[in-house]
Each structure stands twice: as C-alpha cells, then as structure tokens.
Design a protein around this ligand. Structure first.
Ligand code: SAH
Length: 196
C-alpha cells in the first residue's frame, strides 16, 4: 500500500506526554501557520463570531490569533503541560474545572471565556459535551492520529460540525517509503474516503 510501513505504527498517548515532557515538540511553531492566513476567508466564509475547533491542539498559537479576532475557540489536548504552557506563554489567566461527563478530564478556560481547552483524549468528546462547530483548523490533528484510528476520528469530526461549517485540513505530501513522518502520511485518496 502507499502507506508503506506506517500503516501498523502506533504512537501511544504515553509517548505524546513524554514528547511534551522532553520538550521534543518540533511540530510546535511560534509563528502562525501561513496556510491559515492564506485560507482564512475560506474558514470564515464571511461569518463572524464563529465557534472554531482545534483537534489535538497542542499549544497552537493560532488559537490566540482567532480568539483575538472575536471567535470562540475550543481545543482538545491530551497533555496538560501543553495546555498550561499555552495559557502561560500568552499571559492569559485561566481557570480549571472538571468535566462531569468525562471521567478524569479537565477543562481549562481563559478568564475572558473565549478559549476553552479540554484536557482528555479526543475520543472522549462528543457533541453533547462540546456542542457543534462552525469551523475546524486541523493542523497536526488527522496526521497525528494512528492510522488504525482514522475512521473513528473522521466520524467524530463529522459529528462535531454544523451543516454549514468549513474544515481546513493540513497534510504533508511525501513518499512514506522514504520518510518516517511527520507523524503519519495521509494520502489524498484516504481523505476522500474518510470525509467524502
Ligand atoms: N495541532 C498542534 C499540535 C499537533 S501535534 C499544532 O499545530 O501545533 C499532535 C498533538 O496531539 C500533540 O500535542 C499530542 O499531545 C496530542 N494528542 C495525541 N493524541 C491525542 C488524543 N488522542 N487526544 C488528544 N490529544 C492528543
């Protein structure tokens, strides 16, 4: 298959937590992603005050950027360290509370209320907990999901978006037989079959 040797590979949640602890986070960029700037109009589609979802958010600076534009941001991230670093690096005061529907999960919310980051596995979320979204910025989300979990991830994402939503997805095109990552190769044909 054109997935090469990646198809069976798994990165565990524990390994992700370790990457954060070791500062092994080459995927994090201090500058906003140029493709978000380029396709912002597609995401917004003339609308304002959107609810925008960041799956597998890390401490993506684009969350602050879109929040400052008046949108309300919801992210999900397994690493509590990442979530706390996001708020502290942007000097944003926040509060922390349990999520009654998800055991062990916490929600970190900026005091201003417009950025809410769930610290749990994305697979624990559902629209009954987080509602539905008008837009999605998926950079480092689908491509970080273990290939065996892609179908589950895509079904969840389809469930979390409103009818007239826009979903911006960043993938990286390369020969998976020559390179190991970043983290997983998602061929265009698979995006078609996952999302239609
Ligand atoms: N979107 C971010 C981070 C991409 S790296 C960015 O653009 O910088 C992928 C992130 O997903 C990591 O921070 C990792 O800790 C987190 N992660 C991995 N599996 C997860 C899961 N099942 N649920 C929630 N977060 C997860």
């Amino acid at each position: 298959s054109d997935l090469g040797s990646q198809k069976e590979r798994v990165v565990t949640e524990e390994e992700w937590l370790q990457k954060w602890e070791m500062g092994n986070i080459g995927f994090h960029k201090e500058q906003g992603h140029p493709l978000l700037q380029k396709y912002l109009d597609v995401l917004l589609n003339g609308r304002s005050g959107l609810r925008i979802f960041f799956p597998l958010c890390g401490k993506a600076v684009e969350m602050k950027w879109l929040a400052d534009m008046g949108h309300s941001i919801v992210g999900v991230e397994i690493s509590e360290q990442a979530v706390k670093e996001f708020f502290s690096e942007h000097s944003l005061p926040y509060c922390e509370e349990p999520v009654p529907e998800i055991s062990g999960a916490k929600m970190f919310q900026s005091t201003s209320g417009n950025i809410s980051l769930y610290c749990c596995s994305i697979y624990d979320l559902s629209s009954s907990v987080v509602g539905k979204f008008d837009g999605v910025w998926d950079r480092g989300g689908l491509v970080a999901v273990n290939p065996r979990d892609r179908q589950r991830y895509a079904s969840l994402m389809i469930n979390l978006v409103e009818k007239n939503s826009s979903y911006l997805l960043v993938t990286v095109s390369y020969d998976p037989n020559k390179h190991k990552g970043p983290p997983f190769y998602v061929p265009e044909s698979e995006i078609q079959s996952l999302f239609g």
